[in-house]
Design a binder for this molecule. Structure first.
Ligand code: ZN
Length: 405
């Protein structure tokens, strides 16, 4: 059982739209433990007070932009970011790493940034008393899976809790990262959402990347009825979760990005597209393209996506529009993809399996996160209700990113 056995991970799609992969039994590396001590990692802690949006970058290193908070003040949450540079993966696994949870920690997110050709996941996640809430000796086959995660290439994010069934307890959580490259060095960030109580509202900044589809550019987008409608629809959908969209930015990128033909491999069209996000301010990066492969209306960089990492192959969502249709579906499809990016799995998958949330109904096409939401099968469903359940709202409001401002 200790023989490393690494499959061709590179052929594994990174994105959730292939969610079934979560349940594929795929061997990954040695099961022998690595007892090296994480204390030799460099740790820099940045604290952002959402009241002023300013990052404490007193040492001048590892500066993380937390955006322009002008006029965006609402929440009282603190977002704390701890950065671990040069975390060594050996024998396909990291040392055991820690997250300190206090009485005021409402959630935390683990971000891993490494190689475009490596898939990163969690091998274990344990509560302070040692109880495992996630264990995946083979990266993709988990038991227990109480706090479900999705392995992702290059820049991966794992949200805790991502279900009301998981309750954070004060103390030290431990986790171990798995990767499909035997030996390498990665950067790990731990983002903690600190607040005396869980907040019932959040805010989102959106970065739209325009490829010129439909002749829409940053110069004329405000006169586009298609964009006016999609923003209105998206705002209405997210109102259900108490999340408002109050900062929308537009970036022009070359027309060569209109046609996305490949989505895997590290040097594929989609990775190159998402890397364009390196120019953006903090926000959810949304790319509007003319075409995506085979029947896909939208695709997300992760569940959740690595919202704090710009310019990576998973740093956004992409949605297609041919530039001539009325695009009535766009608001709902973007809302669906952003739902993934914030941490929501499909309420029901194409194979009939359901998410781990208790209050999402089986095969409910009125749910925002039904599997048809990012395929062409969504088109007949444009007029459905795109509901967000109470438990889905819990997940969305657990993501520290919606409490940044
Ligand atoms: Zn989806």
């Amino acid at each position: 059982m200790n023989t490393p056995n690494v499959p061709d991970w590179h052929s594994i799609p990174r994105f959730l739209c292939a969610l079934l992969l979560l349940f594929a039994v795929v061997a990954c590396g040695s099961s022998s433990s690595n007892t090296s001590d994480a204390t030799n990692q460099t740790a820099d802690t940045l604290t952002s007070d959402a009241d002023n949006g300013q990052a404490d970058t007193s040492d001048g290193s590892n500066t993380i932009s937390l955006g322009d908070a002008t006029g965006l003040l609402q929440s009282k949450a603190d977002i704390e970011i701890e950065k671990l540079e040069n975390v060594e993966i050996g024998s396909y696994r990291s040392p055991t790493l820690n997250v300190t949870v206090t009485e005021e920690t409402q959630s935390f997110m683990i971000l891993v940034q490494g190689s475009p050709l490596t898939v990163y996941g969690l091998l274990k996640l344990a509560e302070p008393d040692g109880t495992l809430i996630y264990s995946a000796p083979t990266l993709y086959s988990c038991s227990p899976c109480k706090n479900r995660i999705l392995p992702t290439t290059e820049a991966a994010a794992f949200l805790v809790p991502n279900s009301p069934k998981v309750t954070l307890k004060p103390g030290t959580y431990t986790f171990q990262i798995g990767g499909t490259t035997e030996t390498e060095s990665v950067t790990v960030q731990i983002v903690r959402y600190q607040s005396p109580t869980r907040l019932s509202a959040g805010k989102l900044a959106l970065n739209f990347f325009l490829t010129g589809v439909g002749g829409v550019t940053s110069a004329n987008v405000n006169e586009s009825p298609v964009y006016t409608k999609l923003l209105s629809d998206m705002a209405n959908i997210y109102t259900q979760a108490g999340i408002t969209i109050d900062n929308v930015r537009y970036y022009d990128i070359p027309e060569t990005f209109q046609s996305i033909k490949s989505t895997t491999g590290g040097d594929d069209d989609l990775s190159k597209l998402f890397r364009q996000s390196s120019i953006a301010d903090e926000g959810i990066n949304i790319f509007i393209v003319r075409s995506l492969p085979s029947g896909i209306l939208g695709i997300a960089g992760g569940i959740p996506g690595p919202a704090w990492i710009k310019g990576a192959a998973t740093s956004g969502v992409a949605v297609r529009w041919n530039g001539t249709s009325t695009g009535d579906y766009l608001g709902a499809v973007i809302a669906h993809e952003v739902g993934h990016f914030l941490g929501l799995f499909h309420s029901t998958e194409q194979d009939g399996s359901d998410d781990y949330l208790d209050d999402t109904l089986h095969d409910d096409t009125n749910n925002l996160m039904h599997w048809t939401g990012d395929t062409s099968q969504a088109l007949p469903l444009v007029e459905t209700n795109h509901r967000i359940s109470v438990d889905q709202r819990f997940v969305l409001l657990s993501n520290p990113f919606v409490h940044l401002r």
